[in-house]
Design a protein. Sequence first.
Length: 706
Amino acid sequence: MDLLKMAINYIEFLQERLVDSIKPAEEEIAPAAAPVEDAEVPHAKYKHGKKRGKQTRDNPPRRKSKKPVEPPSAVPNVPTPSVAEDAPFQMLPPLWQPYPFPFPIPTMSDVFYPSGLPMPQTPQKLCAAFAKLRDLLPAPTADGHKFRFIKLEVLKMATEYIDYLGKLRLEIAAMVITSEFTTDAPTQPLHISLLDKYEYFAKERPDLIVFRNSENHDDCLTYAQLRDNVCSIILPNCWQFPIAMIGAWTAGMTASGASVQFTHYELKHQFDDSEASVIITEDTYLDKVLKAAEGSKRIRKIIALRTKPDPLPKGVMDFEEMLKCKPDFDYKAVKFDLKEDLITLPYSSGTTGAPKGVMITHFNLASCLEMFLFNEKRKWAELGMPFDIVIGRNSLAILPQYHAMGMFTMVALTFMGIQQIMFRKFHLESMLMHIEKFDTTVLILVPAIINQMAFSPLLDKYDMSCLMTINSGSAPLSKNVIERLKERLPDINIRQSYGMTEMSLGCHFSVLNQPDNATGKLTANMSMKVVNQETGKECGPMEMGELRVKGPVIMKGYKNRPEDTKKTLDADGWLITGDLVYYDKEGFLYVCERAKELIKVKGAQVAPAELEDVILGHSGVVDCAVVGVQHEINGEAPRAFVVRKSDGVSEEDIHRFVNERVARYKQLTGGIIFVETIPRTPTGKILRRRLKEMYPAENSEIRAKL
């Protein structure tokens, strides 16, 4: 990249200028009067290898007139830009102004500082020391001691700055962008911090509601009621979910959530793979949970929340009865290795088939929370408001809490003292009604829901004037959706963030004054680089490549899958995201497309390979491939291309077979197309893009049946 070469050449030039300017470091330099064009300047005792006469106060060194040094017309090895070519040079600072004494005087505008790299204190101290020296030079000879002292300070700072420039050169050469912010590393498990926060609010604001049921507003929980409950988890969105999750952490367990939409096949896989020993569910889903648990030697206890008066099956414990049991231990007594012990095990679908358990440690999740809260505090500070202004405000818990994004949001908002109104199931009109009723100012949503808001006539039925910001995650928002929503809600701020389950939540959080189509800036403690997939070299600003990130939030690995872990985490700890992105000179990230083949349905991940495995289980199917197609409401929908054994196999047969084995959001709502053959590479890899190109008419956007 030409701009990169120019930047490196410029740094080398600055180093040469600094080295030259501090060569008299071992010599004493006497102060002089303010220099003018023909004035004499201080110099060293030695020149051209010949010693001059002894220098004393009565016998000062001889001086020769010297005109000011003219600055070079251009940086060495860098062509002088013409007016038309000046734009690429905007990121390069001007050359230091020359002065007729041994030290050039820099200012902060002279410091080469690429966006995203941390600004150390050394350049600031150096500039201040140079300024002191400049102000002192016209002073009388009596200040010679002070001059020498400041001179030594300048030399020290200049040497440190040269060392900094050398390190900066290496960082720029690698094009690794490091966040300019840092936060303190966690020192205790997250659940202890969370329980301490509950204790604080229970004492200071005992009537402050933390969770409320959207279907029954009287069914709520205050911080004072929350403080003594202990248990572990799998439930839909309800206030019992965080009780169970925190209870699991407090008992030293790992919480692993599963969707209530899962079939018993999917639940069995997760129970077996996670090696679950305790299951908490609801009586509504008890039949498939019991079926999935059949034959398990690890599951010791099944606990169910009752929604109807019917007795629970033998061996199943009542959730309410469990809550009556008082803990017989101090929650702070359970010891954890923060960087090794797991706090949660969410399951993330991959392109290789069945979902994989993502091992998130206590250190990962606590670090992510610290980074998130730091980012939120900065935003409120920039607005000139105290962070505690959010206490007592309302939010809608719409995202499923078993999902990494929903779970993290629940924990973060609890820390912030924000009431969360739990949505057991999502209904657009119910959401809009609760926004109006509870004066909701901020929403955390996924693109599928935002799409519905943008185009639904229901939006005009309710007063949305209280809503200030919509934060979006899990997938990029389309430009059309953003424009449409801002037409209908012109005062709304739409902010996107970037993350994935493998990084606890995210690495790029939204900031103020963020472009609508950007997905945030790199958050504290994190590093990133964008790599060209063909050459393997790092990309600069505005160059598309695959995103890789590194930092304290990155997962420990995939449970029981060392080979998959090696493919996702390289030897140096970089997480290979599989997403194609670019970043601008201000550090904003833009997601272009997913290099991975996952299909995002309502924000949930659907792996084509998983559905293909299911379809191939049908006796009438020879071959198949699944791709994602655009869906007006769900974002994307899975579509199957099937090679059948005979014409006797119908679409209805395939739909029925698949629907019995997968959750509803994984069903083939994008349709089924029968084909003669599936295009593949010589090594057998499915050419999914070729399928989309072969059937362009069939690939137009699907409209939901309302």
